[in-house]
Structure formats: structure tokens, C-alpha cells
Design a binder for this molecule. Structure first.
Ligand code: DGY
Length: 331
């Protein structure tokens, strides 16, 4: 666990933490740095954020903060490190950071199982219409056992299409293959020998994945290539009973196109832990469809996972302040 070795004459580094943060990480920062934590339940406004970063040597950021050239200018040239309390860094302008020699850290690895569990929970809850059934009970509609009520889909032996066979994609595929005997197909930039050997997974083209999958689960990062890759054309190519699961980033699906696909029966159901925007307006149709379950981006929300993420993010920040390689650096 790194602590701050201060060179003679080095002043206490100044750090801004943009939201409340687990004490296992925060206490160490407080000991080593002049640390300010934004106390509100919501992120600071853009204006406040630009003010707070002024003169900081390090920033501990969340995925809801936009970290771009304007923010780097506002912080000043002493800024050495941005440590993100998440694995995804779509909110950070990496090119700008690298051009300015600002190190960027993230928290991969420790949230794999927690996120795969949420993906699977969304899949089985969508397939067996759990939320719809629960809401019907709350509305007083449970009068008797219904011979034809709430009929859902089986999972065993179906085909799961994994988009992005990284750590989390693999963990989701492992659940589907090991527990439910599904066939696994996937798209990825490269072949994944582990998945092919251990899970009998088969790498396919995107269009084949769309056409053959009974369920599709998204585990890729959001970038120029993946932005809105699930658009109207993609939903049209899916099976009419297909279930679409996204626990990665909302920007990967085109939300109005997804709403249309769900309303018109182009696909069967969806389970989302991420939306676009986040959160959606209360009036957004995505929140009011019987065949769509939405969770408030809770993939990594377990005590163990969030504490481990905080340990890594704090290590990243402390290392970056000393000009050392980060524990997990985004290149
Ligand atoms: C991440 O880490 O990127 C998740 O989306 C939030 O934990």
C-alpha cells in the first residue's frame, strides 16, 4: 500500500475528491494530502468543479465528471494525476491528459464479478418478467394462480452473444455457460483463446451475433467505434424474442431506437444498468415499458468491490503525485 514519500521541500499536495468516497481510500488521502471532498449527494456543478480544481495536484474523479481541456486549464499546470474511481473513463479526454503529461488511473479487475452478477440478474429478471410480476402484485392484481400469466423465456441451452469479451464479458459468459449451458458467441477485436477453450465460445462478426443470439450482453467500453452501435439497424437484425442487456455504458445503445424496438416487438425485452443520459428524465419512455428493467448504474455496488476500487484509486493518486507509475494506468 503506497504512502507519500515527500522529497525535501515538497509541500503537502492538494487534492480534490469530486464526491463522497469509501473511507478505506479517503482516510489515507486525508493523512497524506490537503484533501477537499465535495460533500453533496449530487456532483458539483460545472462552475463549482472548475473552481474547486484550481491549484490541485491531483483529482479523484467519478464517471459523472467531465474531465476535459477546459478543466485542465482551470486546474493549472501543477496537476499531475487524475484518478478515476471506476474502470470506464469515457468522461476523460485522454488525449488532452497525455499531451499535458497528466497521468490517468482507473480501477480494473476488482469489479468483474459484481458487474457480471448484475448483468445476469438483469437477464434472468427480464426473461422471467420479475419486475412486471412484482409491480402487478403491488397494484393489487394478484387474484389467483394464473395458468397463462407471466409466461417468460427459458435460459437453458440458449445462445448468449457477448459484445466485448474482456474480463466482465468473460465472467458473464462463464455464468451463462457453466450454470445455464448456453452456447456462447462473441465479438471482440481479438480472438480470446481462454473463452474459446474453457467456454467453447465462438468469435463471430457483429451481424452474425445479432442474428443468432437469443440474448445479447454488452461489455465493451464506450468509444468512437462503439458509440450507438446498437442502433435501429442493429435492433432490426435481432431475433424478435431477443433480450438486450447493457451494463457497460448507455452511449453504446441508441435509446430512442431501443424504445422503438421494445415497443414494436422487434426485440423481446431489455435490462439496463446504464442509460443515455444518466439518469434519464422521469418522463423518458425507457422507464415505463413493461418489457424493460432499468437499474441506476449499480454494477460495482457491493461493499467489497467499492472498497477495493477505492484502494486502487487512492494508490493511483498517491503514486501519481510522486511521479511514480500508477497501479492501474490508462495509456
Ligand atoms: C465502472 O467502473 O466503469 C462502472 O461503470 C462503475 O463502477
Amino acid at each position: 500500500m503506497p504512502s507519500l514519500e515527500r522529497a525535501p521541500g515538497m509541500s503537502t499536495p492538494k487534492v480534490f475528491v469530486t464526491r463522497e468516497y469509501p473511507s478505506v481510500g479517503l482516510n489515507r488521502l486525508m493523512q497524506e494530502c490537503e484533501t477537499e471532498v465535495w460533500p453533496g449527494p449530487l456532483p458539483p456543478s460545472r462552475e463549482v468543479l472548475l473552481e474547486k480544481v484550481k491549484g490541485c495536484d491531483g483529482l479523484l474523479t467519478m464517471l459523472s465528471d467531465k474531465i476535459d481541456a477546459e478543466l485542465f486549464d482551470a486546474a493549472g499546470s501543477q496537476l499531475k494525476v487524475v484518478s478515476q474511481y471506476a474502470v470506464g473513463v469515457h468522461n476523460i479526454d485522454l488525449e488532452q491528459a497525455h499531451n499535458r503529461a497528466i497521468a490517468v488511473g482507473n480501477t480494473p479487475g476488482v469489479l468483474t464479478d459484481a458487474t457480471a452478477d448484475i448483468a445476469f440478474a438483469l437477464l434472468i429478471s427480464s426473461a422471467r418478467r420479475m419486475i412486471e410480476a412484482h409491480e402487478a402484485i403491488q397494484a393489487g392484481k394478484w387474484k389467483t394462480w394464473e395458468p397463462l400469466g407471466y409466461i417468460g423465456w427459458d435460459l437453458v441451452g440458449k445462445t448468449i452473444g457477448i459484445v466485448g469479451m474482456g474480463r466482465i464479458g468473460y465472467a458473464m459468459a462463464k455464468r451463462c455457460r457453466g450454470g445455464w449451458d448456453m452456447n456462447v458467441i462473441y465479438t471482440s477485436r481479438h480472438n480470446k483463446p481462454d473463452a474459446e477453450q474453457n467456454l467453447q465460445a465462438r468469435r463471430v462478426e457483429f451481424d452474425e451475433l445479432l442474428a443468432e443470439s437469443d440474448f445479447i450482453s454488452v461489455h465493451t467500453d464506450l468509444n468512437a467505434e462503439t458509440e450507438k452501435m446498437f442502433n435501429a439497424q442493429a435492433f432490426e437484425k435481432m431475433k424478435p424474442n431477443a433480450i438486450f442487456i447493457n451494463t457497460a455504458r448507455g452511449g453504446i445503445h441508441d435509446q430512442p431506437a431501443l424504445v422503438h424496438a421494445l415497443k414494436t416487438g422487434q426485440i423481446g425485452a431489455a435490462g439496463l444498468d446504464v442509460t443515455d443520459p444518466e439518469p434519464p428524465a422521469l418522463s423518458d419512455e425507457i422507464l415505463h415499458l413493461p418489457n424493460c428493467i432499468v437499474a441506476p448504474h449499480i454494477g460495482s455496488a457491493t461493499t467489497k468491490t467499492r472498497n477495493e476500487m477505492a484502494e486502487i484509486a487512492t494508490d493511483n493518486l498517491l503514486n501519481g503525485l510522486q511521479g511514480k507509475p500508477l497501479r492501474c494506468e490508462v495509456k
